[in-house]
Design a protein around this ligand. Sequence first.
Ligand SMILES: [Zn+2]
Length: 259
Amino acid sequence: MTEKDLTHTIVLRASLATALKKKYNATLEKVLKIIDRESPNTFAKVDSLFPAIAKELDISLEQLNKILKYYVKISFHRGKIYAQDSYNKMTGQTVAIGFNMRHERALNNVLRMGFNDVKNVNDDIKNNLRKSLYKSIELGEGSAGARKRIEGVFKELPAAEKKKFQTNVRITPEYRAQLIARTSIIKAYNNSAIEQLKQFGFEKKKWVSKLDSRTSSNCKELNGQVVGIDDYFSTKKGERFYSPPGHVNCRSLIQGVLR
Ligand SMILES: [Zn+2]
């Protein structure tokens, strides 16, 4: 997040103003001055402003926290619209995302990806997968762009390495590239959303599936499951997921649950 990015300041200013106007009309101007002076553009900065604001309003931090919850609700709604737009542009799919998330977090997430589910590839290849995904998220190429980059990684491999992972005629480099691109991008975004939810103080997360004729049996079962923010969702068969995707082309997402 750059210093120039004042999204949070703007959201905080507007939302707090709405919340405070009802109760503390007289001192609202002073509070807005504090916000404008500090221009918080990270959540840590927002948090650090609260004691000063509480002092200005002559209310307890506890009371102010109640207002904060109201602010979180509003900013989440705005963030959701913003995030959904950029996510859909990137992936070329229309997926409903339930949170405010940023490219930066998704990028960091890609760098930490283990690719444990990608079989028969060595660490060098995994590093190249990471680089490809990073680049395509950074450039906003979406999953189609990521697929092309990953295909490139596979095509450049020495014949011996290629043979290792092409265990089946159907499992072509193109096919594997597509699987990896789609699932990794969705994973990166969902994991980054969980990090953001934690920062907002959400203690639990909920699995929300898109229910229609294409919904997988796992996602039907997981729909609505609520677990601790760091815990795993699980099916009766014992499959565990930290976040969607539950499978290739999964359309499920995470929602925060406050308590
Ligand atoms: Zn699914």
